[in-house]
Design a protein around this ligand. Structure first.
Ligand SMILES: *[C@@H]1O[C@H](CO)[C@@H](O)[C@H](O)[C@H]1NC(C)=O
Ligand SMILES: *[C@@H]1O[C@H](CO)[C@@H](O)[C@H](O)[C@H]1NC(C)=O
Ligand SMILES: *[C@@H]1O[C@H](CO)[C@@H](O)[C@H](O)[C@H]1NC(C)=O
Ligand SMILES: *[C@@H]1O[C@H](CO)[C@@H](O)[C@H](O)[C@H]1NC(C)=O
Length: 179
């Protein structure tokens, strides 16, 4: 009787864990098909950052997005060609991605190298990034056909295999980056 009572009065699993699991379930399929890259990570789109270093080791796939966060009164996001990227010439941008809020999204929907720079001379202070966009890699052979229960099981399995710290980090990261 005493033991039964204790079992029944156990607290519910921490809400944080439930939240993390739920967020991961929602975000994993999205993350698997498209990544929203926060350019510069915590340093955002600013002068005196080596964005070549930032792209190192990253794979940008078709339908990913670049997200630029910056001071809207000073910088901008312009797509230029290779020549103009190298010389920081912003006189004839291919696309002006600047929308005015200091929060711009560039959809990487073509397999090519995107050359993005800031206007107002900030390109010369390092605000330039070349992003090579690749085709989606073929899905791993073991991956099951997308249908109901098997999909749910496989993603749950992945979640369970992930170290908890990474899970929380990834969920938080995805959450911040996505909104
Ligand atoms: C940025 O980093 C790349 C790769 O490490 C290097 O080749 C390049 O010289 C650096 N650029 C500047 C301006 O320091
Ligand atoms: C980039 O554009 C400039 C000006 O239109 C042109 O002179 C240059 O040849 C172009 N470079 C490439 C690689 O297309
Ligand atoms: C790009 O667009 C922004 C917002 O419309 C505008 O303020 C800016 O002058 C444009 N820059 C260039 C180089 O066209
Ligand atoms: C890529 O996205 C841009 C901007 O949304 C759009 O103008 C363009 O047509 C798209 N290109 C392809 C190949 O989907």
């Amino acid at each position: 009787m005493e033991r039964m009572k204790r079992v029944l009065s156990l607290p519910p699993p921490p809400m944080v864990l439930l939240f993390v699991a739920f967020t991961l379930l929602l975000l994993l399929p999205e993350e698997a098909s498209a990544t929203k890259w926060n350019v510069g990570d915590s340093k955002f789109w600013n002068p005196n950052i080596n964005y070549t270093e930032w792209t190192k080791g990253k794979h940008f796939y078709i339908d990913d997005w670049l997200y630029f966060v910056y001071d809207r009164n000073q910088m901008s996001v312009l797509e230029v060609n290779k020549t103009d990227y190298e010389s920081c010439n912003t006189n004839h941008p291919l696309v002006n991605w600047t929308r005015g809020a200091g929060r711009d999204v560039v959809p990487l929907n073509v397999t090519k190298t995107y050359y993005l720079v800031s206007g107002n001379g900030f390109c010369f202070s390092g605000m330039k990034v070349a992003v090579h966009v690749e085709k989606l890699p073929p899905p791993p052979k073991a991956s099951p056909i997308k249908s109901g229960a098997s999909t749910l099981f496989s993603s749950t399995g992945q979640i369970l295999l992930m170290p908890l710290v990474f899970s929380i980090g990834a969920a938080w990261d995805a959450f911040i980056h996505f909104w």
